[in-house]
Ligand binder design. Structure first.
Ligand SMILES: Cc1cc2nc3c(=O)[nH]c(=O)nc-3n(C[C@H](O)[C@H](O)[C@H](O)COP(=O)(O)OP(=O)(O)OC[C@H]3O[C@@H](n4cnc5c(N)ncnc54)[C@H](O)[C@@H]3O)c2cc1C
Length: 370
């Protein structure tokens, strides 16, 4: 099978590259093994973001709030304020590192333990904001509560997304003059409509705050981007893994995947967007950190004792590991650039955040589709 571009990895970088290229008329295939960092997303993007991302995501139905070039602040589940650039529409953004509310209701579905209400209440108290924590119970959650493995963010969203009026009614009963309601991100699994409907139905600002993974808004955004990519004509090889590649004379010749092992996949250009250790874009043995698909050069300390700091709160050097590239984002193999291969996203050596993933992705897109 032949494409103009083959992208390895269907996370934020791979999907953004695929969607952007497809919209420019470049035929792409994305090979995507499985879960990616979006499934664990806080709902916001840190780091400098390229401005092109806002209109591109809007075409896929993903509303991004904030300013790609200027910091805003969001309230986090640990009760602190965090600087971010862009956020999904679930998140409330502030211009300064202070929440704008005088009285807050923290409302949690009864029995949901993946939402740290005590941290949130403590953080609000430290800002001098009066708050109360209350739980609400709906009959539809009774069966979930009987099994701790079911009473998770995604399971709750599946039950509540079609019962927004009931949720709004339950919150109404708890309200006592509060101007902000804090809710866990357990709404809007397949569409942002339940988030919007709840905001419309409750007479106070609502801020949806991250839960323990999986991330409901992150899964939704991943699905929206995948759908938009396919609608634009892209091929998404879901649940498949690129297992081997042939490189000769500084050029990728073909790729083999686990599911299509009798076929080779070829393209004019390839984009490696396979993420970091978390997504298996990088691997390690006791002796070395390596990039498993192409055997590319990796920037990381050679001595294992230098991979980590014993101070668990200090930056951990292994987290900055990634592939080395030339100025055009062609990865190096044995010191030489692979000329039809690009790297984008957190597989790159250095700082890892969504801003960096998106900036490198748009740079690669511009190199491929001039
Ligand atoms: C758990 C976690 C949460 C994060 N949350 C945030 C956040 O809230 N905000 C923020 O700014 N940054 C966050 N980050 C930083 C994150 O790196 C970036 O935001 C960004 O999402 C990374 O996207 P990516 O596409 O480069 O990699 P990933 O999201 O890791 O995606 C890589 C994909 O490639 C696939 N893959 C790997 N190897 C192969 C192969 N051989 N064949 C086929 N597919 C393959 C993986 O299965 C995965 O789906 C988070 C990082 C992690 C690890």
């Amino acid at each position: 099978m032949k494409f103009q571009v083959i992208i390895i990895g269907g996370g934020l970088a791979g999907l953004t590259a695929g969607l952007s290229l497809q919209k420019k008329g470049v035929s792409c295939a994305i090979i995507s093994s499985g879960e990616n960092a979006l499934h664990f997303s806080s709902g916001s993007f840190s780091g400098d973001c390229p401005e092109e991302v806002v209109p591109l995501f809007a075409e896929a139905g993903v509303v991004l709030k904030g300013n790609p070039a200027k910091d805003s602040w969001r309230f986090t589940p640990s009760g602190s304020m965090q600087k971010v650039r862009l956020a999904f529409e679930d998140v409330t953004l502030y211009e300064e590192d202070k929440i704008k509310a005088s009285k807050v209701l923290i409302a949690n579905p009864e029995g949901f333990i993946d939402f740290p209400t005590a941290f949130i209440a403590d953080g609000l108290s430290q800002q001098g904001v009066s708050c109360k924590v209350k739980s609400f119970s709906l009959p539809c959650l009774k069966t979930l509560r009987e099994s701790p493995s079911e009473m998770r963010s995604v399971g709750i969203a599946k039950k509540l997304d079609c019962r927004i009026n009931e949720v709004a009614g339950a919150i109404h009963k708890l309200l006592d003059g509060e101007d902000l309601v804090v809710l866990p991100q357990v709404f809007g699994l397949t569409s942002p409509e339940p988030v919007r409907a709840l905001r419309d139905a409750v007479p106070a600002e609502i801020s949806f705050i991250g839960t323990m993974p999986p991330s409901v808004p992150g899964i939704r955004v991943q699905m929206q981007l995948k759908k938009a990519f396919e609608k634009a004509g892209g091929t998404f090889l879901m649940g498949d893994t690129a297992v081997s590649a042939e490189i000769s004379d500084g050029t990728v010749r073909f790729i083999r995947t686990r599911n299509l092992d009798s076929h080779i996949l070829t393209a004019d250009n390839y984009i490696l967007a396979s993420g970091t250790f978390f997504s298996k874009g990088l691997s390690s043995t006791m002796q070395k950190i390596y990039e498993p698909l192409f055997g590319l050069d990796v920037d990381c300390p050679t001595e294992r004792t230098q991979w980590y700091s014993e101070d668990v709160f200090a930056p951990q050097p292994y987290m900055a590991a990634g592939v080395v590239t030339d100025a055009d984002l062609h990865p190096l193999k044995d010191g030489q650039p692979v000329t039809n291969l690009f790297a984008a996203g957190s597989i790159l050596a250095g700082e890892k955040n969504a801003g960096m993933a998106l900036t490198s992705t748009f740079k690669v897109v511009k190199k491929i589709a001039l």
